[in-house]
Ligand binder design. Structure first.
Ligand SMILES: [Zn+2]
Length: 95
């Protein structure tokens, strides 16, 4: 988690809250389903998830991008990570 380059502009911060907000919303809706039931069952309250997704998307699109980091992610080259001393992948091995 710490090796990822994170942008600290408002748009990216709000967008990063999307996943936790959806999980919390689904949890609350299932809790309401278990406690109350009836017309608060999950089958009736699931559109709240869409409302939460739309509200967060709207807020992130309206937020400022001041200080946004739009660079490529500095990932390790996959060729260097794939080769290991026990399994060399060089094309010339003298067979
Ligand atoms: Zn950003």
């Amino acid at each position: 988690m710490s090796d990822r380059v994170r942008c600290n502009c408002r748009r990216c911060i709000i967008r990063s809250l999307m996943g936790p907000a959806i999980i919390i919303t689904v949890g609350v809706l299932f809790l309401l389903d278990q406690v109350r039931g009836g017309y608060l069952s999950f089958g009736n309250t699931f559109p709240v998830i869409l409302i939460v997704i739309g509200a967060i998307s709207l807020a992130s699109n309206l937020a400022s991008t001041e200080g946004h980091i739009n660079g490529p992610v500095p990932a390790a080259p996959p060729v260097a990570a794939a080769s290991s001393p026990q399994n060399p992948q060089g094309p010339v091995q003298g067979q």
